[in-house]
Design a protein around this ligand. Structure first.
Ligand code: ZN
Length: 353
């Protein structure tokens, strides 16, 4: 065990979704006091060196009922579009959860709007939370809600989750599959990219299909960033990035946050928790070869995916640091992967903030 945990800044978690769906008790207290369930809360974060990250708001699909009243199974391929009112109800509820966590944390959690905020959190042992929306379903066609959310602290946005919406077509989960699964951004999606550039909101490429990826690459003036995706060359999942996409990310001085979801790590794409955590480091090493030392970070997908049992939760994060040390990654490279690259790329993206 490393004596002092290495600071980790993380590109993606779904703890707000877990708390939003949690039955019984106060979800804010459950986060701040910690609980057995789940992969991320304040206590697990402290234990594992998780010092901050992007906290996603995600509007889950409204599940259809079977004829007998049981819930129908749902894959991303048949995930229905979510309407604006429902998306806004859920989005505001999850944003309110994060605002309450900040308010009730007595200085232990802070919503960060720029890199100076994050650095201040690191220096003061405060958990740094950046507000992200995964899928822009809550945003109206005038983009008014985007401006309101920005004023409330939103600093990162994925135009789509893995389903179609007014802004574009997400990539359905398939393995093996190319990420080239359909049309990309709509005209409204292109307007959203331009408005995000204007507001300096980070645009997340992770759930876009390949055409959507190239649409953003052609339009955006910001570094290209996939907050929680892996190398398609190792795991040929539709959610992962091809070498050609990695080359474009490198060219833009952007980055990729490595995702711990076993189905995006494994060559067979299987949902199997007995997946070695070392496979995460295989993806990190591959991405470092293709993106360079400044282009790779972490993007756990905590509370949004099945992760290797060996890692377990945010409390286990330092085993990744140990695995990197065992592969002779030096201290400076480990720090780049663990937090410095995120801070540099977010700084460039948010430069006007
Ligand atoms: Zn995701």
């Amino acid at each position: 065990m490393t004596a002092q945990p290495v600071t980790i800044f993380d590109g993606h978690n779904d703890v707000l979704l877990r708390l939003h769906r949690r039955a019984g008790g106060d979800p804010v207290a459950a986060f701040l006091d910690g609980e057995d369930a789940g992969q991320l809360d304040f206590v697990k974060a402290r234990k594992g060196g998780f010092a901050g990250g992007l906290f996603a708001i995600f509007v889950p699909p409204v599940r259809k009922k079977n004829a007998d009243g049981t819930q129908a199974g749902l894959t991303t391929s048949d995930a229905p579009a979510v309407d604006l009112a429902e998306a806004q109800r859920v989005t505001f509820a999850m944003a309110a959860l994060l605002l309450r966590i900040e308010r009730e944390s007595q200085g232990r959690v802070r919503i960060c709007r720029n890199v100076a905020d994050i650095e201040h959190c690191f220096a003061n042992d405060t958990l740094a939370a950046v507000l992200h929306i995964e899928g822009a379903e809550a945003i109206d066609t005038n983009l008014d809600v985007l401006n309101v959310l920005h004023a409330a602290g939103l600093r990162s946005l994925g135009p789509v989750w893995s389903r179609p919406n007014a802004f574009g077509y997400g990539v359905p989960f398939r393995c093996p599959s190319s990420p080239d699964t359909g049309p990309g951004l709509t005209d409204l999606g292109k307007a959203l990219v331009a408005e995000c550039n204007r507001l300096r909101i980070m645009i997340d490429l992770s759930h876009l299909n390949e055409k959507g990826f190239w649409d953003v690459a052609a339009l955006s003036n910001a570094p290209l960033i996939a907050t929680h995706s892996n190398a398609h060359a190792i795991s040929p999942h539709s959610r992962n990035l091809t070498d050609k996409q990695l080359a474009a990310i490198k060219e833009s001085a952007g980055m990729v946050g490595v995702n711990y979801a076993v189905s995006f790590l494994r060559p067979d794409g299987k949902q199997d928790k007995d997946t070695p955590a070392n496979l995460i480091v295989d993806h990190i090493a591959y991405l470092l070869d293709h993106l360079g030392e400044d282009g790779v970070g972490l993007g756990s997908d905590f509370d949004g995916a099945m992760i290797p049992a060996e890692l377990g939760s945010a409390a286990g994060l330092q085993i990744l640091v140990e695995a990197m040390e065992q592969r002779q990654f030096g201290k400076s490279l480990i720090e780049k992967v663990c937090f410095r690259n995120w801070l540099r790329v977010l700084g460039r993206t948010w430069q006007a903030n």
